[in-house]
Design a binder for this molecule. Structure first.
Ligand code: SF4
Length: 230
């Protein structure tokens, strides 16, 4: 899953650009997710779920034709991204905000850092320029890097890889150690696993489940959560 963050000061068109990118990427056949940073509470005040929250619920879940889970505290961004990856196959995650993150960014204002691959004026983005922007995002964005520094991408470190991607020097290269088969978290923090280790874990656990008389052909996802508490 590749990640692009749209940053900018207040009322400069971040949401407009996010929605236009979601449309464009979806039209190209990608599965797209979004994630938004908010300084304030999410606006559920008039809803039943808002009343649940005001009454003191630590977790509020809405489920039916759609599902959402609302915790009463912020989660680490990388933790949220890991959770998204473990639940759904998303090609692009478009984030609104998160200006301090280490993902490729498009700025819609004067905000800029070493991860900013373009600064744009949303009002001047016609259809042709949007197509160009999507191409840049396809080539220069990357997924969650965990400083594994396995060198399988041909770069000495994840930092070198990300800088090459951001500068457009590695358009065809992708991280080879992304989550494919197995994902391990300890205390909510993802533990980097290279493809070899992922494969060993996947085969070992699947073998164990098979020994419980489950046919591995029927298995899509296995989830094991261990609590190390008395
Ligand atoms: S393949 Fe991925 S994890 Fe390994 S060095 Fe390259 S970017 Fe880092």
């Amino acid at each position: 899953m590749k990640i692009i963050s749209i940053i900018g000061t207040k009322d400069t068109g971040k949401t407009t650009l996010v929605t236009r990118l979601v449309e464009k990427l979806s039209q190209k056949g990608y599965s797209v997710g979004t994630m938004k940073f908010s300084h304030v509470h999410f606006d559920l005040a008039d809803k039943d779920t808002g009343k649940h929250r005001q009454a003191g619920a630590k977790i509020v879940v809405g489920t039916g034709k759609e599902t959402f889970i609302l915790w009463d505290h912020p989660l680490d961004v990388e933790n949220v991204i890991s959770t998204i990856e473990s639940y759904d196959e998303i090609d692009f995650l478009v984030m609104e905000g998160f200006k301090s993150s280490r993902f490729a960014k498009i700025s819609v204002s004067s905000l800029k850092d070493n991860y900013t691959i373009r600064q744009v004026d949303v009002k001047k983005l016609n259809d042709e320029k949007m197509d160009e922007l999507v191409e840049i995002i396809e080539k220069r964005s990357y997924g969650l890097l965990q400083d594994l520094n396995c060198k399988k991408c041909g770069f000495e470190s994840c930092a070198d890889f990300s800088q090459a991607k951001l500068q457009g020097l590695a358009p065809e290269v992708d991280c080879k150690s992304q989550f494919k088969q197995a994902l391990l978290e300890v205390n909510g923090k993802r533990i980097p696993l290279n493809p070899f280790v992922q494969n060993i874990i996947a085969k070992t656990i699947t073998g164990m489940i098979n020994s419980l008389d489950k046919d591995s052909d029927d298995i899509d996802t296995i989830k094991i959560v261990l609590h190390n508490k008395d």
